[in-house]
Design a protein around this ligand. Sequence first.
Ligand code: MN
Length: 237
Amino acid sequence: MTPSDPLFCFPPSPRISLAVTGQDARFPVRAIYCVGRNYREHAREMGAPTDEAPCFFMKPAHALLADSSRIPYPPFTQDFQHEVELVVALGSGGRRIAPQEAVQAIFGYAIGLDLTRRDLQAQLKKRGQPWELSKSFTGSAACSALVPAGVGRFVDSPRTIRLVVNGTLRQEGRTDEMIWPIATLISELSRYEELAAGDLLFTGTPAGVGPLAAGDRGTAEVVGECHLDFEVVTGPA
Ligand code: MN
């Protein structure tokens, strides 16, 4: 801060953004929305019912590990888990977006990891408490560079998402196995919240979630389209 800068009490945090494949301009991130239990086999492995409406939650923008292949193992967990997910990035927004117009709002997509302190999440759920500290902590959202679709030109064709850790296939799913398809998710979410350019939506994980340990190396991918190579590193105690 300098006395000549009257706008802020101190310099604001840098804008969180994602790289965009094939272009220099970056995607400025606003909010990060996520949906839980969007694949039946995953709901089953969690012992959860298939919900009648999508279960949305959020992560703050600073949860994003942008441009980083290093995932810090967080404190307060003995069961730090991966959830590989297709991420859609919005280039426009609005309220009460009709399902048939929803994909028009998509700027591009990426592969992401919704990282979770599973043991803490179970404790919080049991106590009926908010689960932010298990799901929305700093470093809880890994994401590849965005593949631009061109606003209004996203094609919701079936894609295979996959996660390999230490050479072993951990998760694989097809996006047409989603309980709530992408257009439905955007439309439903926009009934609750006004969506905007810069929003990310983590669209849920297929079965096979499991633990990560410091030293693990892996690759998450939308097969044939984008990938994220990562390493889990010892984080702050
Ligand atoms: Mn998830």
